[in-house]
Design a protein around this ligand. Structure first.
Ligand SMILES: NC(=O)CC[C@H](N)C(=O)O
Length: 214
């Protein structure tokens, strides 16, 4: 069973922990580099990207995180987590940086001030069982996608129709919305499968993990 960390600096950490445990992962909180060293994969929660990056700087986590993310650690970011996985951002604060990893430009708070929060049915490529009730809370969207990343979902109605709200690049996954808030664990199950598949192809599971079936 893979150990998945949830970056626990700020944001809806507990909701991700619950969804990952439901999806069959062993979960730990990550706030220190030594905790990061223990995990096979990481979730960056929704919250406030400016606060998360500041706290990551405070805890000397930025470079270790960049190294793990670019080195192949499966990582999933929801909402603020999506912003933090973007190689480029728009409408960030003056000095706002990210961990990067996904070849995309993300616009913060893209859905507009009036629309602080809304729901929409969104189908995600590669995830069966019908559309998600996607909850957007001061959410980003993906403004443009580079050649290395693959969009998995777009908004279909309203002024934001056509905007990408879920994306994957190899071992990295991001959604503008918060599946951790709706009791629908399919995105987390998809991520746990990504972690297991990656570990298997790297020869880490199941042989070097004691042969347990996973
Ligand atoms: N729900 C969220 O994670 C909101 C993201 C927030 N607007 C940010 O810039 O980080």
């Amino acid at each position: 069973m893979p150990t998945i960390g949830v970056l626990s600096l700020q944001g809806d950490v507990q909701e991700h922990v619950a969804a990952l445990e439901f999806a069959g992962a062993t979960v730990i909180s990550v706030r220190r580099e030594r905790e990061l060293d223990e995990v096979d994969a990481l979730v960056i929660p929704g919250g406030e990207s400016t606060t998360i990056i500041k706290l990551a700087q405070h805890f000397d986590l930025v470079e270790p995180l960049r190294k793990r993310i670019s080195g192949g650690m499966p990582t999933y970011g929801s909402c603020a987590g999506m912003i933090l996985l973007a190689d480029r951002i728009l409408d960030g604060t003056a000095d706002q940086t990210t961990f990067g990893g996904i070849d995309m430009t993300v616009r913060r708070n893209a859905f507009g001030r009036q629309v602080e929060s809304f729901e929409e049915q969104v189908s995600v490529e590669g995830i069966d069982g019908g559309p998600f009730t996607a909850v957007f809370i001061r959410a980003p969207w993906v403004e443009s996608v580079g050649p290395d990343a693959t969009p998995l979902a777009t908004v279909t109605t309203g002024p934001a129709a056509g905007k990408v709200v879920a994306i994957r690049q190899q071992h990295l996954l991001a959604t503008s919305f918060h599946p951790e808030l709706t009791g629908d664990a399919r995105v987390h199950e998809y991520f746990v499968r990504m972690v297991r598949d990656g570990a298997r192809s790297a020869g880490v599971l199941p042989e070097q993990r004691g042969g347990a079936t996973s």
